[in-house]
Ligand binder design. Structure first.
Ligand SMILES: Nc1ncnc2c1ncn2[C@@H]1O[C@H](COP(=O)(O)OP(=O)(O)OP(=O)(O)O)[C@@H](O)[C@H]1O
Length: 609
């Protein structure tokens, strides 16, 4: 793919020409979106390309015959003129029909292309790593790629029209060359300034649009927090609406001013260049008239040549300005293809090791350390421990101690920055990523509240089983969500959330029960619960964990919780501080040790008194 310096927003002619190399890949995508339609489009455009020349030529024949008939010099019958008029009429109708058919197919193909590429973007985004989603540069690329799905459909008709116009020009130019090749030169000289002006302003627009990407994302974000069901509560209570709309206004006004400056310049220069074009045309026109008056041309030839010249001018002008638009489109395409060039760092081993079922020795952290992208601080460091089969491990520590990071490493959402995690003695990276994830059931503290049905919210834990009502019901029963379903008017088919019609909003704890059911949807060997019970009332949490212990018997489990009543149920507890393990042992052992755990435990006990 054409590459360009990401930090440099100015575009050279070389960049433009290089960007044209994106076109074959682009057309391949269009072809994949709708092969039949693309072929029809090409054929129709070929047919349409020949019509302007035919119309002019038949016009010339008609005029010459009419002149001869009117001066009484005709050597043919008057009906011949009517036949020609009939042919011209048929061609005019055909031309109109072709234009409509082409426009229709362009727009249908455009829709297909937009759908096809949106799906491709979603598929590709799904393969990428979590840390790529946490990177602003990545979001800029994603945003630009998304813009291309709709924006580029116009490129398709532009390139096709370009080819069509080139064919029409070839026909018309052949006629002019026979008469006087200098006219063609005159034509090009008068049009060139317009072309250069057009390309200059396109460069400016593109550079501006690139510079504006982060602000455009900010505008989208402001639009979202300014008016959405998830944000309305807080925005109202903190009276943030004014703050948000002011920021929106400042940004959008700046957009407006920047765009206005370019648009005005473009339109002033455009007027001047159009004037040059008109001077060229009338120069040629005068020349043709003089030739006709001198008797070197017939009246029919006069109309044919003047018509050809006028049409050529329009066509050349649009071809040249379209060239800048096409190369511009091709440059935007670089952004689109750049997005597909982003490859996940976390991927499958070439020959993955078969996943152990059952796991024999467990997961071993061997001096594991991890730093998030673009940060200098270690979120986890010097982690050395083994999670044994059948073991229930709890992670405790203050906010930011590195608990969630540890479980994300375990699930290979990130790979360690140093050290390694072993599963049954082999690096986690040697196993198939899908196998690993299939054997892990994980519920995050910031789990998703899908604006879908109750049943789909649970099936999300194992979407292959989305029609397995029995499994869904059993999982719901295990997480106490089943009682909730009984209270909902739509039962398991109840739409949840407020975003769509007839949706019912749940309380924080109710959502957690639904989310926990997802963990039971798969027969995972390791279940991780990252604080999903924080909003449950004391009785519900006790019941959830009582069942959890029962249901995960024979399995490995990792729990993150700030409630010691829950934590103490674990076989072993790891106490983390600033990313490192400070203590490890059972509840009793750690209490006896009278260290950090005992201190935190005491603090909570005092709080409950
Ligand atoms: N996506 C991220 N990018 C950069 N830094 C992060 C990211 N997620 C977490 N951190 C940082 O890593 C450190 C550990 O965070 P982590 O979420 O693992 O803590 P935690 O112990 O789970 O905290 P809590 O109890 O508040 O959930 C924190 O200092 C946090 O700021």
């Amino acid at each position: 793919m054409a590459q360009r310096n990401q930090n440099n927003s100015t575009v050279t002619l070389k960049d433009r020409l290089r960007a044209l190399r994106n076109l074959p890949a682009f057309f391949k995508l269009v072809w994949q979106a709708g092969p039949g339609m693309m072929l029809t489009n090409i054929l129709l455009r070929f047919a349409k390309a020949s019509i302007p020349f035919l119309l002019l030529y038949i016009g010339k024949l008609i005029i010459d015959r009419v002149v001869q008939l009117s001066t009484g010099n005709a050597l043919f019958a008057a009906t011949e003129v009517w036949k020609l008029v009939g042919v011209e009429f048929a061609l005019a109708i055909l031309s109109d029909g072709l234009t409509r058919a082409i426009t229709l197919i362009d727009s249908l193909l455009g829709d297909l292309f937009a759908n096809h590429t949106s799906v491709r973007i979603m598929q590709h985004a799904a393969q990428l790593d979590l840390d790529q989603f946490e990177d602003a540069v990545f979001y800029d690329k994603l945003e630009r790629a998304r813009q291309q799905t709709v924006g580029r459909t116009i490129l398709l008709s532009q390139v096709m029209s370009q080819v069509q116009d080139l064919i029409t020009i070839a026909f018309l130019a052949a006629g002019l060359i026979v008469f006087n090749p200098w006219l063609i030169l005159l034509l090009i000289v008068t049009i060139l300034p317009a072309f250069l002006g057009e390309s200059y302003f396109n460069d400016q627009t593109y550079a501006l649009s690139r510079r504006q990407t982060p602000q455009r994302r900010e505008l989208d974000y402001l639009r979202y927090i300014g008016a959405s069901d998830e944000t309305a509560k807080e925005i109202k209570m903190f009276s943030l609406a004014g703050f948000i709309t002011d920021r929106f206004k400042v940004l959008s006004d700046k957009f407006y001013v920047d765009n206005k400056r370019i648009s005005i310049n473009r339109s002033l220069w455009g007027t001047f260049f159009a004037l040059l074009g008109s001077i060229g045309y009338y120069g040629a026109y005068i020349f043709i008239i003089r030739q006709t008056v001198a008797g070197a041309l017939s009246i029919g030839e006069l109309t044919f040549l003047a018509g050809s010249f006028r049409q050529l001018r329009t066509l050349l002008e649009s071809i040249l300005s379209r060239f800048t638009a096409v190369s511009q489109g091709a440059i935007y395409l670089t952004d689109f293809f750049d997005f597909f060039e982003i490859k996940p760092k976390i991927h499958n081993a070439d020959k993955p090791r078969p996943f152990p079922d059952p796991i024999i020795t467990g997961f071993t952290f061997d001096n594991v350390g991890f730093k998030y992208l673009h940060t200098e601080r270690w979120a986890n460091r010097n982690l050395n421990f083994t999670l044994h089969p059948n073991e229930k491990l709890a992670l405790v520590g203050e906010n930011g101690a590195g608990k969630s990071t540890l479980v994300k490493l375990l699930a290979r959402l990130y790979d360690p920055t140093e050290g390694r995690i072993l599963l049954d003695g082999y690096d986690l990276r040697e196993y198939d990523l899908n196998d690993l994830r299939k054997h892990i059931g994980i519920i995050f503290q910031d789990f998703l509240r899908y604006q879908m049905t109750f049943s789909q919210n649970i099936a999300a834990g194992n979407i292959d089983e989305q029609t397995n009502e029995e499994l869904i019901k059993r999982s719901a029963t295990q997480s106490l969500a089943d009682e909730l379903a009984k209270k909902l008017p739509g039962g398991y088919e109840q739409m949840l959330g407020r975003r769509f019609a007839e949706g019912v909003e749940l309380s924080g704890g109710e959502w957690q029960k639904v989310a926990i059911a997802r963990a039971y949807m798969r027969d995972a060997q390791l279940i991780i619960l990252d604080e999903p019970t924080s909003a449950l009332d004391a009785r519900a949490e006790f019941q959830v964990f009582e069942r959890f212990t029962e249901l995960t018997r024979g399995k490995m489990a990792v729990l993150i919780s700030h409630r010691f009543s829950t934590v103490r149920m674990a076989d072993r507890i790891i106490v983390l501080d600033k990313g490192e393990i400070v203590e490890i042992g059972s509840h009793q052992e750690l209490l006896k040790k009278a260290g950090r755990y005992a201190e935190l435990f005491e603090l909570q006990a005092i709080g409950y008194q």
